[in-house]
Design a protein around this ligand. Structure first.
Ligand code: KIV
Ligand code: ZN
Length: 519
């Protein structure tokens, strides 16, 4: 059994992509989550790129314990010096220095001869070793570099003290078989390669970043550089969650290689990145997409309910996904309906279920997808004996926030006819107002999922919030839409709370009727 090290570059290569920039605070939050996920190395930034980057690397080096903290640096003394300074407080630190080795990069970008590149490699690595024993060297554009020259550069870097040699497919040009051959070539032709770990860093321009990385691992690479959700320059980098789950699910194929990633944190990490950057992963994204564990067809639903392994090669729990999502639609059977109702907390007799199934089929013929809300309406229409008025109504709220203010919210609401007021502070305005609502109600539901997205790409766009909560064992989802994101979040949260409370009341009232023998 051999370990494959996971080097996360979400905060460096990932953050370089348009639309993914993060503030220092956000990077720190993300770095803490990456540590919880168990990555081996966090590339926290490129210290010499800007003052902000320096500060982020420095703050993460001070605060985040566990993984090795790394900074990128060109093969220049001033870059390496800044990386060394920014990393100084880290428990474990790595300097990652690089220079291009392909003819096209040397000629047009660096305007350097191969001899000069060799000399620069030696000097940069030796200089980096003054700051730390852990020095990684990358041959930028390795996959378009002349092989013998590449081998020479690698040998020079190792002789100078590099402990990790990274082979980037900088422009996402290679294909799996060719990349495997390159890794084999490095292992066979670089005389001192046994003194370093081979790392790979693949871009996704042709959609092969993950396949190329895995093939390299199969052929001897023991570190993979990747990002959460595959974000990164242009088409992105290899997706961390896909690499990790492929190695785990197909350990039979990969000869027992393993990572020490806590896979149960994968979904949470993916969602945190989305929340921080305001981005979304496509629904069909492997491992963390909304549909990754969703089943719509009746045959698949029946199979999964009988034994999840029929149509799932990994379980949603393995990656921390809320649960398998049975999508109810016209293809769904009675079995799936029963299971969904049970998940919502409803337990019906076979006779009642027959009545509901008929109504459900009629609705599914008219609607593409039958949501929880639709089912709830069906149930209440058919069987409700209790008050259906929404128990919580927001009368008014006010939020104060700013770059120098602790976000504070005050809420006035009506709960079962009684007016209540509460004030709370939070990490942000949404957090503050949600905490104030909870305080006013005296309840603390578990927030299982929360996302907010703009429905169109303008600053005055409508925002849509979607939440899933759990209150007293009842799960409920809520949705809110408004041009104001705080209002949309409040509406979604209150919607979910009202559903959970109504559902709980309904369940209790049915239990009472059952005890009386009425149903
Ligand atoms: O893609 C690339 O070549 C890089 C290097 C700096 C490692 O990101
Ligand atoms: Zn890159």
């Amino acid at each position: 059994m051999e370990k494959v090290y996971i080097f996360d570059t979400t905060l460096r290569d990932g953050e370089q992509a348009p639309g993914f920039s993060m503030t220092t605070e956000e990077k720190l939050q993300m770095a803490h989550q990456l540590a919880k996920l168990g990555v081996d190395v966090i590339e926290a930034g490129f210290a010499a790129a800007s003052k902000g980057d320096f500060e982020a690397v420095n703050l993460i080096a001070q605060e985040v314990k566990g993984p090795v903290i790394c900074s990128l640096a060109r093969a220049l003394e001033k870059d390496i010096e800044l990386a060394g300074q920014a990393l100084a407080p880290a428990e474990r630190k790595r300097i990652h220095t690089f220079i291009a080795t392909s003819e096209i990069h040397m000629k047009y970008k660096l305007r350097m001869s191969p001899e000069e590149v060799l000399e620069r490699t030696k000097k940069a690595v030796e200089f980096a070793r003054r700051f730390t024993d852990d020095v990684e060297f990358s041959c930028e554009d390795a996959t378009r570099s002349q092989r013998d020259f590449l081998y020479k550069v690698i040998e020079t870097a190792i002789k100078a003290g590099a402990t990790v040699i990274n082979i980037p497919d900088t422009v996402g040009y290679t294909v799996p078989e060719e990349f495997a051959d390159l890794i084999e070539g490095i292992r066979n032709k670089v005389p001192n390669i046994d003194r370093a770990i081979i790392s790979v860093h693949c871009h996704d321009d042709l959609g092969m970043a993950v396949a190329n990385s895995l093939m390299a691992v199969k052929h001897g690479a023991r570190q993979v550089e990747c990002t959460i959700n595959g974000i990164g320059e242009r088409a992105g980098n290899a997706a961390l969650e896909e690499i990790v789950m492929a190695l785990r699910v197909r350990k039979d194929f990969f000869g027992g290689l393993y990572t020490t990633i806590n896979t149960k944190e994968l979904y949470r990490t993916s969602r945190l990145l989305c929340r921080i950057t305001g981005s979304f992963v496509q629904p069909n994204k492997a491992v963390v997409g909304d549909n990754a564990f969703a089943h719509e067809s009746g045959i698949h639903q029946h199979g999964v309910l009988a034994n999840p392994l029929t149509y799932e090669i990994m379980s949603p729990e393995d990656v921390g996904f809320p649960s398998t999502r049975i999508i109810l639609g016209k293809h769904s059977g009675r079995h799936a309906l029963k299971s969904k109702l049970k998940e919502m907390g409803f337990d019906f007799s076979e006779e009642d279920l027959d009545r509901l199934f008929e109504k459900f089929k009629a609705l599914a013929d008219k609607k593409k997808e039958v949501y929880e809300e639709d089912l709830e309406a069906l149930v209440y229409e058919e069987f409700a004996r209790h008050e259906l008025e929404e128990p919580i109504k927001i009368l008014h709220y006010q939020v104060q926030t700013g770059d120098k203010l602790l976000p504070t919210a005050t809420v006035v609401l009506i709960f079962r006819g009684e007016e209540r007021t509460a004030t709370a502070t939070g990490n942000g305005p949404v957090d503050a107002v949600i905490k104030a609502i909870q305080k006013a109600l005296g309840i603390e539901p578990k927030l299982l999922d929360f996302s907010i997205k703009a429905l169109t790409p303008n600053t005055d766009a409508q925002a849509e919030s979607r939440l899933v909560i759990e209150l007293d064992g009842v799960k409920a989802s809520g949705r809110g839409v408004d041009v104001d994101i705080i209002k949309a979040s409040v509406a979604g949260f209150v919607d979910a709370l009202n559903r959970a409370i109504l559902r709980k009341n309904y369940i209790l009232s049915r239990e009472e009727l059952r005890r009386e023998g009425t149903v």
